[in-house]
Design a protein around this ligand. Structure first.
Ligand SMILES: Cc1ncc(C[n+]2csc(CCOP(=O)(O)OP(=O)(O)O)c2C)c(N)n1
Length: 582
């Protein structure tokens, strides 16, 4: 910091932009408006911070998430007060549920007007209090620099998450001296990253004694960037691995120890592994209800080692026999050093049992009898042609689950999806943010025709800002996942799930109207050519309308609220567990 910087008189808005430069924020996704307008003026002059003008603030928030997921850095979004800020609520909630580090900066009405129902006033701090990791309402220009420094630190450390910085218009306009904090004033915020040695030793003892252990791996391992440690631990011990929806790719699917994804739409091998385990080594995962199914019957014989950086997650649903608070990279490294000295668990019989289960119940699908296009085939081909090094985003619904199963999950950190909140509309803006963060990589969005209609306006942003993403719309002409539940649980009464998307809108024309290229595939013979064509376009966004048949269902499935033991591999078809016993 230069000495002059202390002496400089600048506006709060200039202090904000200078602070963003200081924390190394290189991209802000946002839309201006009255209260935040003072900040947009100095932003115009910044050489270091690129502002990307989105078409809806929800897009700004998900783009910040996509950027954060693809780069491991903190994503930034910006909006004005009132409706601008409330449009950020969904992505903030999304980031909170999936532990994504973002900083949301909002303008607020003048400090004297707060609480008066002033034009475009919304108590965004109050509204987002339960869905942020932390938040600030800044009314004095002198507080802006320290709030931004703290916000980035809080968002990106410990369990990552969204931080809101709401700044009043008068604080942005008034003059101040720029004082970058020498140290952050965050009493009580000291995330524990180094695990307690005694707990790790206790975990090591349980692992050595176990006969049916499973590494139950969640998104925390991705956030901790602990994939090489995970591979070492898995290979050292031979313990089978399951990777949750948020953790797909953190351990290669092609690895013989990978049993796949557990949960409501998990593989039989992964669900069976958890249910029959005698020891779950839960790493950076939170026993989500979509994984456990009916909690009282979840993994009934298993002891639990639960490692998480957030102590609030431990024993939240299932009491941990060995709780470990710490960063997964540290925890796994310490477990490795310990287990190198211990005897290996005797698990040959268990491994044989699970390998057999995996062989007999592979994730597959039936091609439609009428030779129309199957959604699973489309997704599989996108992955096979594009390869595992691309980034893949998804919307929410059937296509998300097929993407989780059928894309080539060989590399970590390549998967962006809305796991906790299940936010339709996540895909297009998240893919946009990922491409901004990783311009060198191919980015595909696998979207549903319902989800796509929620946020596709960001294609215009992509076209104008040079962000050439590819979106494959898995067009089954319906809100497919809801329709699947209606098929299974509402006697096929399809109340309000038919989107008629075969006709309206025309996704190819829509893509062209947005400044992109629109392609269509309606039969298996078209598929490879359109994917290859999409992959060859590198200047504008591409939308491929894959018109697929509407009756495909996601299998396996554990019906909501039932036990994982009730998993069905197809309608009315369950594994014969009594013949499957060890
Ligand atoms: C914002 C939002 N509204 C509603 C839902 C409930 N919902 C979950 S999946 C789904 C259907 C999604 O349809 P589509 O995008 O066509 O994907 P598909 O399931 O057909 O692959 C709906 C309505 C949701 N998850 N998010």
């Amino acid at each position: 910091m230069s000495d002059n910087e202390h002496a400089d008189e600048l506006t709060g808005a200039q202090a904000l932009v200078r602070s963003l430069e200081r924390v190394g924020a290189d991209v802000v996704f946002g839309i201006p408006g009255g209260a935040i307008l003072p900040a947009y003026d100095p932003l115009f002059d910044s050489d270091n911070v690129r502002h990307i003008l989105v078409r809806h603030e929800q897009g700004a928030g998900h783009a910040a998430e996509g950027y954060a997921m693809a780069t491991g850095r903190v994503g930034v979004c910006m909006a004005t007060s009132g409706p601008g800020a409330t449009n950020l609520v969904t992505p903030i909630a999304d980031a909170h549920m999936d532990s994504v580090p973002i900083v949301a900066i909002t303008g607020q009405v003048g400090s004297a007007a707060i609480g008066t129902d002033a034009f475009q006033e919304a108590d965004i701090r109050g509204i987002t209090m339960p869905i942020t990791k932390h938040s600030y309402l800044i009314t004095k220009p002198a507080d802006i620099a320290s709030a931004i420094a703290s916000a980035f630190h809080i968002a990106g450390t410990g369990r990552p998450g969204p931080v809101l910085v709401d700044i009043t218009k008068d604080a942005l306009q008034a003059k101040t001296r720029f004082e970058w904090p020498r140290q952050l004033d965050l009493p009580g915020y000291r995330p524990v990253t180094r695990p307690h040695g005694k707990q790790v030793r206790e975990a090591g003892r349980l692992i050595a004694e176990s006969r049916r252990p499973v590494l139950y791996v969640g998104g925390g391992v991705v956030k901790a960037r602990a994939w090489s440690e995970l591979k070492d631990l898995a290979e050292l011990t031979g313990i089978p691995v399951v990777t949750t929806l948020m953790a797909r790719g953190v351990f290669p699917d092609s690895h013989p120890q990978n049993m796949g994804m557990p949960g409501m739409h998990g593989t039989v091998a992964a669900v069976g592994a958890l249910q029959r385990s005698d020891l779950l080594i839960a790493l950076g995962t939170r026993f989500d209800d979509r994984v456990t199914g009916q909690l009282s019957t979840f993994a009934p014989l298993a002891k639990i080692i639960h490692a998480d950086i957030d102590p609030a997650e431990i024993s939240k649903y299932r009491v941990a026999d060995v709780p470990i608070v710490g960063d997964c990279k540290e925890v796994i490294s310490q477990l490795i050093s310990l287990l190198k000295r211990e005897r290996r668990p005797m698990i040959d019989e268990w491994v044989r049992y699970l390998q057999d289960l995996k062989r007999r119940y592979p994730t597959g699908y039936d091609e439609p009898a009428d030779r129309t296009l199957s959604p699973q085939y489309v997704i599989k081909r996108i992955g096979e042609i594009t390869g595992p090094d691309a980034y893949y985003a998804a919307g929410v619904g059937q296509h998300q689950m097929w993407a989780a199963h059928f894309l080539p999950w060989e590399l970590p950190g390549r998967w962006l999806n809305s796991g906790g909140l299940g936010t339709m509309g996540y895909c297009v803006p998240a893919a946009m943010g990922a491409k901004v963060g990783r311009p060198d990589k191919m980015v595909w969005g696998i979207d549903g025709d319902g989800c796509f209609q929620m946020t596709n306006q960001e294609l215009a942003t992509c076209a104008l800002e040079g962000i050439p993403i590819k979106i494959g719309v898995i067009n089954n002409q319906s809100l497919g996942m809801v329709r699947q539940w209606q098929t299974l649980f509402y006697q096929g009464r399809y109340s309000n799930t038919d989107l008629n998307t075969h006709r309206i809108p025309d996704f190819c024309k829509l893509a062209e109207a947005m400044g992109g290229v629109g392609l269509r595939a309606e039969s298996p013979a078209d598929v490879d050519a359109v994917i290859e064509k999409a992959n060859s376009i590198n200047d504008v966004p591409v939308v491929v309308d894959f018109v697929v048949h509407k009756d495909a269902m996601v299998w396996p499935m554990v019906a909501a609220g039932t036990s994982n033991d009730e998993i069905k591999v197809a309608r009315d078809m369950a594994p014969a567990w009594d013949q499957e016993e060890l």
